[in-house]
Design a protein around this ligand. Structure first.
Ligand code: ATP
Length: 232
């Protein structure tokens, strides 16, 4: 059964419809690279999945259950997590305080990622527990933002351009960590990226959006063979 099933979804702002008739289904585990030009509607799609923006048409089901009537908090509790564009951290709090504040919302017996699990996964954060989050390098801040997004028991991560502003070697490191979290723990991810090469290194699925519509859905090899790059 699909973990996330999106069918015929439209959404927008005010009178403007931005995404139209969006459909895709995600199996548990695996990483979907969600690509497309600036303004194509990728962020709008993620917001609609999180319930931050209402779907005007279509259906979204998570784990076989319709999400239409679920608010954002309920979707988070079900395991959907958004890592927003920009750094989703509290810059004036220390690393440890960031982790405590977010972990408190997800504290449950048997959680997949406790604060200690995050420190084990990211030793650089362990070494910087007392550092002011905003004083760290961009790569470390993004690592913290990713760590915060997986606290508790995530099932489907919506990662909105996590590589922005990072040097290429840091992008590789971050994506290796995304890959490890997904493969080792069976977590699914939708990875919105401008850095196509980096995304395709870890993705097993490529979905391309153009002007608010899905124009390609296939494997990375199929995407390369179909020469889809003219969309960006
Ligand atoms: P980017 O990579 O630039 O973030 P994107 O594919 O994520 O692009 P969206 O951010 O979803 O694209 O934007 C799609 C369209 O919706 C754009 O035309 C944008 O101007 C418009 N839009 C986004 N947010 C709003 C908003 N809050 N109010 C009105 N229009 C918006």
């Amino acid at each position: 059964m699909s973990l996330l099933e999106v069918s015929g979804v439209s959404a927008g702002y005010g009178p403007k419809t931005v995404i139209e008739d969006v459909s895709f289904a995600l199996d548990p585990g695996g990483i979907m690279a969600f690509l497309g030009h600036n303004g194509a509607g990728k962020t709008t799609t993620l917001k609609t999945l999180m319930g931050l923006l209402p779907a005007r048409a279509g259906r979204i089901a998570f784990d076989g259950k319709p999400m239409d009537r679920m608010g954002t908090a309920e979707r988070v509790a079900a395991g959907l997590r958004l890592l927003p564009e920009g750094r989703g951290i509290f810059p004036d709090l220390s690393v440890a305080e960031n982790i405590e504040v977010v972990a408190a919302r997800h504290a449950r017996a048997g959680a997949m990622f406790t604060p200690e699990a995050i420190y084990r996964l990211f030793p650089a954060l362990d070494e910087r527990r007392a550092a002011r989050a905003g004083s760290m390098s961009g790569g470390q801040q993004q690592m913290l933002a990713f760590g915060l997004s997986i606290l508790g028991t995530p099932r489907c991560l919506l990662l909105d351009e996590p590589s922005i502003g990072l040097a290429p070697n840091l992008v590789e490191r971050l994506f290796d960590q995304v890959n490890e979290v997904c493969r080792a723990h069976g977590v699914t991810a939708i990875l919105v990226e401008q850095n196509v090469a980096a995304a395709l290194r870890i993705a097993d699925r490529v979905v391309i959006m153009n002007n608010g519509r899905i124009v390609f859905d296939g494997t990375p090899d199929e995407a390369r063979a179909a020469n889809v790059w003219h969309y960006f």
